[in-house]
Design a protein around this ligand. Structure first.
Ligand code: GLN
Length: 489
């Protein structure tokens, strides 16, 4: 049962071949077996899951079902869930039980999903290997004995979905945190257009970049999840009313359209050093797209190589402001000091991990009066130029493709410097700066047997076409990501 996709499971539930309770129990059993070792959940909610499943079975019996009825999912522990611990993988709020429900998790409730638990992540979503989590890192189920990273920051969800400990789940992508972990675990991850999914109740990292999105095993599953998550929300001032509608079948766009689809390849990224495997698989998929009917065009995003520098100024700047609220006064950890300032200091010193502190120091520095103009404003200008270049590129092509990462998953104990970690976001941050949709889809297996992914990028609100092209790539690459196959059990 674990190998069913969301689409297949929904069909089997509708035809009453399986029940939601059976499906949920299959996942709970598997979590019992492998959950501890994979460390993909921070909090498990088995009672809630069984209750959700029962409700779902009642709806199937009555014939009035919801969009994702009975689907057992993992929710990144950055989304506030009423009555359920929500930690952002940080010591500073590791006992926080929200009295409210985030919009995205509410939409999943409204769609009839079953909540298995809250998935692990990098502390406040800052990181690339999920190693900055206060609860330790989740593990990649591919070649488990090697203890590889499942990526970050949404590494708990990718570990869970790839290993069959959830049928799908949520992530957030501020600079690549959905796409990178999906690429190295053989999954599909979509960073939708900024504003398509509400950020309300999602613990803030860098508000102008944070983008909730789906993590799944197939492109169609990702589209199904996205259609439940998206929608206007008056509680989020940057929310869009465009919505995302999907009935379950992604239409091909390579053969269907009268004019050939123009697929852009970014000139400036061609010289970036990537693994031979990534290079070859990327070229193969481009050749496939071409023989499938696409027209391949070269486009230029002149400042794309400056995206990393701009991102690592803007994101920490916003983070330093967003994280100022954790001061031990209202909620979360409080370490008593000699006076109020000493309490602030002691609480924050004990509550935050090293990476979060590093970001706050960088963020405060670039916002200081002597640095604001040279760093922050300059980064904001680069951001504008990148967004403009993408707009211009989209007059020459319909969609853009590029690698999701330079190579396959690295061991969790790799000893990288902070800058080396930051450099891993090379292929993902530009889309966040521009606010445009990008989907990472498996593009094949490298020589070492590990999965690699590539991105399809579109203009704002072209999320549907992004997914449609991603589906073609998925069909070409035929990566077998069934959990029982990956785990060998
Ligand atoms: N790796 C990036 C960072 O550490 C992206 C994180 C994210 O998208 N949440 O900031």
């Amino acid at each position: 049962m674990i190998d069913l996709t969301i689409k297949e499971a929904l069909e089997q539930l509708k035809s009453r071949k399986i029940s939601a309770t059976e499906l949920t129990k299959a996942y709970l059993d598997r979590i019992d077996k492998y959950g501890k070792d994979l460390n993909c959940y921070i909090t498990l909610t088995p009672e809630r899951a069984l209750q959700d499943a029962q409700e779902s079975d009642k709806r199937y019996a009555s014939g009035e079902t919801l969009k994702l009825d009975g689907m057992p999912i993992g929710m990144k522990d950055l989304f506030a869930t009423r009555g359920i611990k929500t930690t952002a993988a940080s010591h500073i709020i590791d006992n926080f039980i929200p009295e409210y429900e985030s919009t995205v998790s509410q939409k999943f409730i409204d769609a009839g999903t079953v909540l298995l638990g809250k998935t692990n992540l990098d502390e406040f979503a800052m990181g690339t290997f999920s190693k900055t989590s206060y609860f330790g890192a989740p593990v990649n189920p591919w070649q488990l004995e090697k203890r590889l990273t499942a990526g970050g920051s949404s590494g708990g969800t990718t570990s869970a979905v790839a290993s069959g400990l959830a049928i799908g789940g949520t992530g957030t992508d501020t600079g690549g945190s959905i796409r990178f972990p999906c690429a190295i675990t053989g999954l599909v991850g979509m960073k939708p257009t900024y504003g398509l999914c509400s950020r309300w109740g999602c613990i803030a990292f860098a508000s102008s970049l944070d983008t909730p999105g789906p993590i799944a095993r197939t492109v169609e599953d990702a589209a199904l999840l996205l259609s439940a998550m998206a929608g206007y929300d008056s509680k989020d001032s940057t929310s869009s009313d465009k919505g995302f509608y999907f009935n379950g079948d992604l239409q091909p766009i390579l053969t269907r359209s009268e004019k050939p689809i123009r697929v852009g390849v970014i000139k400036e990224l061609m010289d970036v050093k990537i693994s031979e495997d990534m290079k070859q698989l990327f070229q193969q998929r481009i050749a496939d797209l071409k023989s499938g009917g696409a027209e391949i065009v070269e486009v230029s995003i002149p400042n794309i190589l400056d995206a990393l520098a701009a991102y690592y100024i803007i994101a920490p700047a916003e983070a330093s402001s967003n994280l100022a609220r954790y001061d031990g006064m209202r909620y979360g950890l409080r370490v008593e000091g000699s006076d109020i300032y000493d309490t602030f200091k002691k609480t924050r010193a004990a509550g935050f991990g090293d990476e979060v502190k590093r970001r706050m120091i960088i963020g405060t520095a670039v916002l200081s009066s002597e640095s604001y103009e040279v760093y922050f404003m300059q980064a904001a200008r680069v951001r504008r130029m990148i967004a403009d270049s993408f707009n211009k590129a989209f007059t020459m092509c319909d969609l853009i493709v590029c690698p999701s990462s330079a190579g396959t998953a690295l061991p969790l104990d790799s000893d990288l410097t902070p800058l080396e970690y930051y450099a891993l976001d090379m292929f993902t941050v530009a889309m966040n700066l521009a606010g445009i949709p990008a989907c990472s889809v498996p593009c094949g297996l490298a020589g070492n047997g590990l999965p690699l992914g590539m991105q399809v990028v579109g203009k704002r609100f072209d999320d549907m076409r992004v997914l449609q092209l991603a589906k073609h790539i998925e069909d070409f690459s035929k990566v077998d990501n069934r959990p029982t196959k990956i785990m060998g059990k």
